[in-house]
Design a protein around this ligand. Structure first.
Ligand code: HEM
Length: 346
């Protein structure tokens, strides 16, 4: 095999660089066994080129004739440095912001206390769509972050061999979980798009900071089934998720649609989109769990306490009151007492 290293490879490299140096009309020749046509300095000159350098190929795949693509250097800088900084700042910044918010505000309580009466909020299909998207999002986020940060963070911890195995498994998980993610996403669009169309009351909600940054004159700002904050999360997930899916499949099937610079652009959108979405979802998970009393019930058991509904979604609550035929007003929770209102009167 030494003849391969000593003779053939240098000869082929020389031949390729030689071809580029003389442009498209150059005659390609190199006698195996002779010194390569390009010195180390010459190689460096080619690598520093400001414009694309092509050789000649006789096969139909024209992109294989690209020898030097200067944008590739910018892309590599983005991939190995800028993306890591941007993603770390966005994601760790959001985690820090949420922790600071929690330290100052604590959990937002149901002011009137729990009424003990539960009203339906999300049916089984809606919760399936949410959890299918949410679990696959988590797998996609973690496996994607292994791709972004694996080399600098995991190789020093686990060594090259274990990282290779981890990277293979996580890449496989990333590809596989794209399917339930897209299925959940499409289902969510069909189920919830109507309730997420922006409307006038959203402006008042935003002006009042959603009731999070102190109370407006009327206490909690009014909201329908989804408030402006939830609508923001919906559109971020829908538009961001679709962009992630399109760019993801373009990377999974490289060069079917785009050329080399197209692949680089697609990758930049995917990497940046991932960082923005993960940061956004950190805030969403916080509000749905630690941040607000009673919120998790909506997606957990599919029903919410009536007082929670009154305080956070007063418009929607009024519609539900009529639909369920509730006559008495909500009350404070009496210990151990929980009523469910799937459809009937109270
Ligand atoms: C929905 C369908 C998706 C598909 C088909 C997809 C596909 C891909 C592919 C093919 C790669 C390149 C992997 C590699 O270099 O080996 C990738 C990278 C990545 N994906 Fe996805 N992805 C999807 C969704 C997501 C979502 C929702 C997130 C985040 C929440 C995400 C986060 C990432 C990250 C962080 C990377 C690594 C970028 C880098 O550092 O190079 N992906 N994805």
């Amino acid at each position: 095999m030494t003849w391969l290293k000593k003779v053939l490879l240098p000869a082929l490299l020389g031949l390729v660089l030689h071809a580029g140096a003389h442009g498209a009309q150059a005659q390609l020749y190199q006698v195996p066994g002779q010194a390569p046509a390009a010195s180390k300095d010459e190689v460096q000159i080619y690598m520093d080129r400001e414009s694309e350098l092509r050789g000649i190929v006789s096969i139909p795949d024209r992109k294989l004739s690209v020898l030097v693509q200067p944008e590739g250097r910018e892309w590599r800088e983005w991939r190995t440095s800028t993306l890591r900084i941007v993603a770390a700042v966005l994601i760790l910044g959001m985690i820090a912001a949420v922790l600071i918010f929690y330290l100052f505000k604590g959990t937002i309580r149901i002011e009137a206390g729990r009424s003990g009466r539960m009203i339906p909020r999300f049916n089984g299909l809606e919760r399936f769509a949410h959890w299918s998207t949410a679990t696959s999002f988590l797998v996609l986020a973690i496996s994607g972050l292994v791709v972004t940060f694996g080399r600098p963070l995991l190789i020093p911890l686990m060594g090259h061999d274990a990282f290779t195995a981890t990277a293979i498994v996580t890449t496989w998980l990333h590809n596989f979980f794209s399917v339930p993610f897209v299925v959940g996403l499409l289902l969510m669009i069909v189920l919830w798009i109507r309730d997420n169309i922006p409307e006038k009351s959203d402006i008042a909600w935003i002006k009042a900071g959603g009731g999070f940054l102190g109370k407006g004159p009327g206490g909690h700002p009014e909201a329908g089934r989804f408030n402006a904050g939830q609508k923001g999360v919906f559109w971020m997930v829908v538009l961001g998720g679709l962009a992630m899916a399109i760019t993801g499949y373009l990377m999974m099937l490289p060069f079917y649609v785009t050329d080399i610079s197209g692949q680089q652009i697609v990758h930049v959108i995917h990497g940046l989109g991932a960082a923005v979405m993960i940061a956004g979802i950190v805030a969403h998970i916080y509000i749905g769990t630690l941040g607000m009393e009673g919120a998790f019930d909506a997606m957990g058991r599919g029903e919410v306490d009536e007082n929670w509904a009154v305080e956070h979604h007063s418009g929607w609550y009024q519609t539900m009151r009529k639909r369920l035929g509730l006559r008495t007003p909500p009350r404070r929770h009496e210990i151990g007492e929980i009523d469910h209102h799937p459809a009937g009167a109270d």
